[in-house]
Design a protein around this ligand. Structure first.
Ligand code: ADP
Ligand code: MG
Length: 308
């Protein structure tokens, strides 16, 4: 078979040399060379990979944050990857995306997570107490102490709308999730509404029952659970007696740390629980639930302005 013969056009070496010089003088390449001087030989061997990279990727060195990113997908950059003598470009997370992902990596420890991304970032150490009233500082110290010692008895944080109860409770689950514990943060009105909806849609649908059973089991079994905004839900006998009571009973008898937030103090919650939506009154059942809540948590008032 006849060998293929290539004729290198005159001047190509000169052009290639110029191309390499041009690449080596680029400020992004100079920064890379500073970190990795051995890169020069790869540029000499694969100038077109680098040329293509310089043309197609943006210089992100001055980027102030993910919010300013216009890359698609956001937070991803084309990076040069070296593998032996082989050079290629791959799509990689930028430094902001990596830091965002690691800030939210504890999300995988949430068995139930009714927290937004913003709330998943709440951290007790980021609370600035310098301008706070002493009453808030006392609660803040109590929460901080609770996180440090994690006593068996949880906290029942109550107070008016917007004072920061959910914020403090999320600081607790976020911290414990980062420590590796399985946590649950359930917004109770939403949890009960979902429960009712899943069953109301089709009472005989095994998937709906499975979904509900799974959610209830998660709330029962999480190492630490927050029942957020308890008392704000529409109470029906069913959610009170067939969901709330068994969850609390299980957590009580298994000594599982449980926290609550509410707009109501213990006494007001008991009254609320005694009345179901259809106006029926059942003080005994409400009392049964309250005795579990009191066994699980101490009542702590959160005072202050509405921060919304
Ligand atoms: P509550 O659960 O008591 O109704 P939230 O915890 O939802 O109130 O807080 C209301 C708003 O105030 C939220 O937007 C939250 O981010 C903000 N907030 C609460 N506590 C603090 C705090 N210590 N520092 C800064 N912002 C806070
Ligand atoms: Mg709240």
């Amino acid at each position: 078979m006849k060998k293929a013969e290539f004729t290198i056009p005159a001047g190509i070496d000169v052009n290639l040399d110029m191309e390499i010089k041009h690449i080596l003088s680029d400020k992004r390449i100079l920064r890379m060379l500073k970190r990795n001087p051995g890169l020069e030989k790869h540029i000499e061997n694969n100038p077109f990979v680098f040329k293509q990279w310089l043309q197609s990727s943006k210089d992100c060195s001055e980027c102030p944050g993910l919010w300013a990113c216009s890359n698609s997908p956001k937070g991803y950059v084309d990076s040069i990857e070296l593998n032996g003598n082989y050079v290629s470009t791959v799509l990689k997370e930028c430094r902001y995306k990596t830091s965002e992902n690691s800030e939210l990596s504890h999300r995988s420890r949430y068995l139930i997570c009714d927290l937004s991304e913003k709330e998943l970032r709440y951290d007790i150490n980021n609370i600035d107490i310098s301008g706070e009233e002493s009453e808030y500082i006392d609660v803040y110290m109590l929460v901080k102490d609770w996180i440090r010692h994690q006593p068996k008895k949880g906290l029942y944080l109550y107070g008016s709308f917007g004072v920061g109860k959910t914020y403090l409770a999320a600081c607790i689950t976020n911290r414990l999730a980062r420590q590796g514990q399985k946590v649950a943060f359930a917004n109770i009105p939403q949890f009960f509404a979902n429960a009712r909806n899943s069953i109301a849609a089709d009472f005989n649908n095994p998937d709906a029952r499975d979904y509900l059973d799974t959610q209830i089991n998660r709330l029962k079994r999480a190492d630490v659970a927050v029942l957020d905004d308890i008392g704000a839900e529409n109470t029906t006998n069913w959610v009170r007696d067939d969901i709330l009571l068994p969850v609390l009973e299980y957590r009580c008898s298994n000594e599982k740390r449980t926290l609550f937030t509410s707009n109501l103090d213990f006494e007001q919650l008991e009254t609320k629980l005694a009345y179901s939506q259809n106006g029926q009154k059942d003080e005994i059942k409400a009392g049964r639930i309250m005795s579990r809540i009191k066994a699980l948590a101490i009542e702590v008032e959160v005072n202050g302005p509405d921060r919304r």
